[in-house]
Design a protein. Structure first.
Length: 233
């Protein structure tokens, strides 16, 4: 299942001009950062080049400008952002849902900086209500040095949530994980705490739970409790 897609058009390798444009965009960002924001962050994380560390301050500044909705003077970072795509090559990046798993697909044909710039300028197309959180995701993604996978997803969304279900409808995922009946409405804080403790007893090795995967299961329960308690704030 296609969850998000970004088309970046850019100058072809070895051409003297340096240009970037955007093509087809599927970037759902509600609730923020959404699958769209997650894809943009992953594109940045996958294409940041440590060799370009002298450009990092300017990249951070560009993200802030896009976040504020400023008029960005061109060219920026050695590239000109434009609407026209004539003569440009295309790179396509996707976020795919496979069952409960999320998978990133990067099809890059330009240099790394072009992909990063495409992701940043795509954030400008998002609703203002979600753009600020997506900008924070982009700043975080710049500092990522690990593999592009579940741990990156958790880092970008600021939680342990890594699955399709937990990101698409975090409250439904939390209710299900803590054992609330299907169709349950907003539970009280007390009910959330009681359910959390009950499920913790089930998975904790000290109370007979399996040691295999116990740490992840306990962490998921904690995240589910946080989501449902935050519902009351």
């Amino acid at each position: 299942m296609l969850l998000a897609e970004l088309e970046v058009w850019h100058s072809r390798p070895f051409t003297p001009t340096r240009r970037v444009s955007l093509g087809h965009l599927v970037l759902p960002s509600d609730p923020a950062p959404g699958f769209g924001g997650l894809l943009l962050g992953a594109v940045v994380a996958a294409h940041m080049d440590p060799a370009d560390d002298d450009l990092w301050p300017d990249i951070h500044r560009l993200i802030d400008q896009v976040d504020r909705g400023d008029n960005v003077v061109q060219p920026r970072l050695r590239h000109r952002f434009q609407v026209d795509r004539l003569g440009l090559a295309r790179s396509t990046h996707r976020l795919i849902g496979e069952g409960e798993d999320l998978k990133f697909e990067f099809d890059s044909h330009g240099n790394k900086l072009q992909q990063v710039l495409g992701a940043i300028y795509a954030a400008e197309r998002l609703e203002e209500s979600s753009r600020h959180l997506v900008a924070e995701v982009l700043h975080t993604a710049m500092r990522w040095t690990g593999p592009i996978g579940p741990d990156l997803v958790a880092r970008l969304v600021g939680s342990r949530a890594k699955s399709f279900k937990s990101l698409a409808d975090p409250r439904a995922w939390a209710l299900d994980l803590l054992g609330f009946p299907e169709g349950s409405k907003k539970p009280s804080k007390r009910d959330v705490t009681v359910r959390f403790r009950e499920q913790l007893m089930v998975v904790h090795p000290d109370h007979g739970g399996s040691e295999v995967g116990a740490s992840g299961a306990i962490g998921d329960l904690g995240e589910a409790r946080r989501i449902l308690l935050a519902w009351h704030e």
